[in-house]
Write a protein that binds this ligand. Structure first.
Ligand SMILES: *[C@@H]1O[C@H](CO)[C@@H](O)[C@H](O)[C@H]1NC(C)=O
Ligand SMILES: *[C@@H]1O[C@H](CO)[C@@H](O)[C@H](O)[C@H]1NC(C)=O
Ligand SMILES: *[C@@H]1O[C@H](CO)[C@@H](O)[C@H](O)[C@H]1NC(C)=O
Length: 584
């Protein structure tokens, strides 16, 4: 059917035919479904899959129904099988923090905010929290300087030392640092100044940072992008700005992802950024009562291949079927991108900065229908909403989403309120599960995945393929860490594999290098004609802890009072948040 309409309307007959045939063979056809099932207990402001059966959810300290140790909980572990939650016990406020995974599989949650509502917990502003995922319901969040001592390989970029609807010169923190701290660029563990963060004010909360196969970083914020070498602290290449004046960072939030890195594309990186807004980031415009929750957002997606030719060609501009802010770009194991959550109008802020808030929401017209993007389809044929189910649950500010190991997409959260609210748009605890058509197909299964899977190592999986399976391949995925539409570290890397003649053994070669896939957790999917297996978890690399520099750590801890002094000076009369031994 699709092929015949392509025949009629496309002048480039040959390339369309090839594209469409590949698409038919590559993706499972059939029905999508959307099911609402389970409650998150705390509102899902930050979310990350941490094991084959569990998901970590962080909220801010607020009047949640879930209780722990006689007070409200603001973190929970969701069980993907029972769809129930268990409260966790961080000591400090995780509001607007971020997260990532270390090479040994431990999750690091960093930063947060002072406690503003319910008087439990500590100021989370400069906190580091560690969580060792488990499947026995016994693990919890640890806030401990000594834990911080031991771990690292995470780069923390940008932010502010106080809360603000939009970043600005008064509160911004135009620096980056490492966890564990490194003695580098003449900074013994302490934050390193970034001119890019200075130059991208004011719209530069939650910049996009992506590790590239050559070891450099792609960094984008506001309307700018660059390639950055963290080892020399140099911008090695300035990239073309985002076309048409579209701003892409929170609160004018777009979503972004690295597209699949595969042996077929020679692991050539290509980024996709969708949505955002053309509204000014001038502070005069961001005074209360000027902007409107009805302001249109952008339908622009931009995409660039990050090699010489791609950069010379610049951003390729495409348009989503609908405009969107705060959307999340979720990679599917089959290489496509699903755009979920967010709003068609307004901003990624809350608290009624606009003149016409809905409750405290500064956005309106929730995006109820996901969009599917096929990166290998011909230009103009990549987006579709056909067959994608429409929800009636708004997922606005502070909503999250992730692919799960079984291949469904979990939709969670939304809370554009200071505390728990029931008016439109309420604090949202209901979970939804979006299932692509492959969920209904006979699935490939496999056994034999080792606990660690090293670079270029060969492993052999015992596979059980659906009858008649022809195209068998393997991908590893990092599902990332979701917050504010930014899906940090999300990645899909194709591996080289070889199927035995009797189709029962699949020999798989580990990723080529640590810059193609950073050491740490990965979920391994065997795909048969576009239908993925369950994604079992392994650790890419050896599972070793990242390097630790004791001296740099001691130095950064002793310089922390600087932050508290700034914060307390800016909050006269407010109770001083005591940086205890547990919040570093
Ligand atoms: C086989 O599947 C892989 C992964 O989905 C895809 O990249 C490749 O293009 C497919 N090959 C054909 C011939 O469809
Ligand atoms: C991983 O490393 C961190 C820091 O060195 C440590 O706190 C944590 O316990 C380690 N996790 C595991 C599973 O060994
Ligand atoms: C994964 O999804 C399939 C449906 O495709 C279902 O039958 C199975 O129980 C799920 N497995 C887990 C572990 O959730």
């Amino acid at each position: 059917m699709k092929l015949s309409s392509a025949f009629l309307f496309r002048p480039l007959l040959i390339s369309v035919l090839v594209g469409s045939i590949a698409t038919q063979a590559q993706y499972a056809s059939g029905q999508w479904s959307l099911v609402q099932d389970g409650l998150s207990g705390v509102s899902a402001l930050e979310l990350a899959v941490v094991s084959e059966t569990t998901v970590m959810i962080f909220d801010k300290v607020e009047s949640n129904p879930l209780q722990t140790n006689g007070h409200v909980a603001w973190a929970a572990e969701l069980n993907l099988v029972t769809r129930t939650v268990r409260p966790l016990n961080p000591a400090s406020n995780t509001w607007c923090g971020t997260g990532s995974f270390l090479s040994n599989g431990t999750m690091v949650s960093s930063a947060g905010t002072a406690v503003l509502i319910v008087p439990v917990g500590e100021n989370g502003l400069a906190s580091i929290r560690l969580f060792d995922p488990c499947e026995d319901g016994k693990c919890d969040v640890i806030e401990d300087q000594r834990a911080r001592l031991e771990d690292g390989s995470v780069l923390l970029f940008g932010g502010s030392w106080d809360a603000g609807v939009i970043n600005n010169p008064t509160i911004h923190n135009p620096t980056y640092e490492f966890f564990p701290p490194k003695n580098i660029h003449g900074h013994n563990g302490t934050p390193i100044y970034s001119p890019f963060l200075q130059n991208t004010l004011n719209d530069n909360y939650f910049p996009f940072v992506i590790t590239l196969p050559d070891g450099n970083l792609f960094i984008a914020a506001n309307t700018q992008a660059m390639i950055f070498d963290w080892k020399t602290n140099k911008e090695v290449r300035s990239l073309p700005g985002i076309p048409n004046g579209v701003r892409i960072s929170a609160p004018l939030s777009a979503g972004a992802t690295l597209l699949p890195l595969t042996p077929e594309n020679n692991y050539t990186p290509e980024v996709l950024i969708c949505g955002g807004s053309t509204i000014s980031d001038d502070l005069a415009v961001w005074k209360p009562g000027i902007l409107s929750s009805q302001t249109p957002t952008s339908d622009q997606c931009v995409r660039m291949l990050l090699n010489d030719e791609g950069i010379a060609a610049g951003w390729q501009v495409e348009h989503m079927p609908e405009p969107r802010t705060m959307g999340e770009l979720i990679l599917l194991p089959d290489g496509r991108v699903t755009i979920v959550n967010g709003a068609h109008t307004g901003f990624g802020t809350s608290g009624g900065i606009v003149r016409d808030p809905i409750g405290l929401s500064d956005s309106d017209h929730p995006a109820f229908t996901p969009v599917l993007y096929d990166p290998i389809a011909p230009l103009g044929k990549r987006f579709t909403q056909e067959g994608l189910p429409t929800s009636d649950i708004a997922r606005l500010y502070h909503s999250t989403s992730s692919l799960t190991p079984n291949g469904t997409i979990l939709l969670a959260g939304s809370n554009p309120n200071l505390d728990v609210e029931t008016h439109l748009y309420p604090t949202e605890y209901r979970l939804e599960w979006l299932s692509p058509p492959y969920m209904e197909k006979p699935r490939p299964t496999y056994t034999g995945l080792p606990k660690t899977f090293d670079y270029n190592a060969k492993i052999t999986l015992d596979v059980d393929l659906p009858a008649g399976a022809e195209n068998v391949s393997v991908v590893i995925m990092d599902f990332g860490f979701a917050t504010h539409g930014v899906h940090m570290d999300q990645r899909l890397v194709g591996l080289v594999s070889e199927l035995s003649d009797d189709k029962t053994k699949l020999t798989v070669t580990g990723p080529p290098s640590a810059t193609i896939y950073s050491p740490g957790p990965a979920y391994v999917f065997v795909l048969a004609d576009g239908v993925p297996s369950f994604g079992s978890k392994t650790l890419i690399g050896t599972g070793a802890q990242p390097p630790l520099d004791e001296d740099a750590l001691a130095n950064v801890l002793s310089s922390l009072p600087l932050y508290w002094d700034k914060w307390t000076a800016a909050h006269p009369g407010e109770p001083v948040p005591v940086p205890s031994a547990t919040s570093a």
